[in-house]
Design a protein around this ligand. Sequence first.
Ligand code: T5A
Length: 209
Amino acid sequence: MPRRLFITLEGGEGAGKSTNLIFVRQWLQREGCDVVVTREPGGTEIGERVRDILLHTKQLHITPESEMLLMFAARFEHINKVIRPALAAGKLVLCDRFTDATYAYQGGGRGLPADRIAAVEDWVQGDLRPDLTLLFDIPVEAGRERAGQRSEPDRFERENNEFFQRIRATYLARAAREPKRIHVIDASRPLEQVEQQIVSVLQEAVHGR
Ligand code: T5A
């Protein structure tokens, strides 16, 4: 039987999280899971307002520390109002980005020490960690090219390639340290092949095979 699980999707810009989130949700629902789909930053009214500050404030300079704390402020709301209640009700939570993104973007990208992020993570989350993370990995240039075909770039998307190289390296290093939880999906492949990789990871997580 499907179990209640906390699943997160991660990756750099344009890696295909939003595209594959729909596929993942539909696959899980077909398997009988009661799925709650949410995202970070966001997922609550306050979280969505914080998202707006973080993504769409062009003129205002935000220090890396404030950026990290705003992510966690939104996350505190999200965990207590959405994620924990859903898990307690036996649902499966599927979240577009979570704390791995803070390590990758504010840690790798902005240069904040990982132990400082870990201290806030422990305080905000207690023992809550994702059960499973799909890391959509694609070379930076290819991801940015995909993402660039869409709307006006947000505050993060205006950063340079080196910033996104550090993010990718941080994500991959985390996956190497936690291979049981973080599964790297080669997102540079055609969509059908990406979906095949996702299914094989989900089969194992949901059915243990
Ligand atoms: N952030 C977030 C932090 O800095 N710290 C944190 O703690 C958190 C939680 C949030 C931003 O906030 C930052 C990270 C982010 O910069 P977001 O809403 O997650 O932003 O959005 P983005 O990361 O910007 O996500 P994108 O929408 O850019 O990327 P996706 O969702 O990975 O890409 P997607 O699915 O939109 O695909 C991009 C394009 O590629 C095509 C799609 O059709 C689409 O056009 N595509 C493919 N084409 C060919 N082959 C494939 N396999 C394809 N897959 C997708």
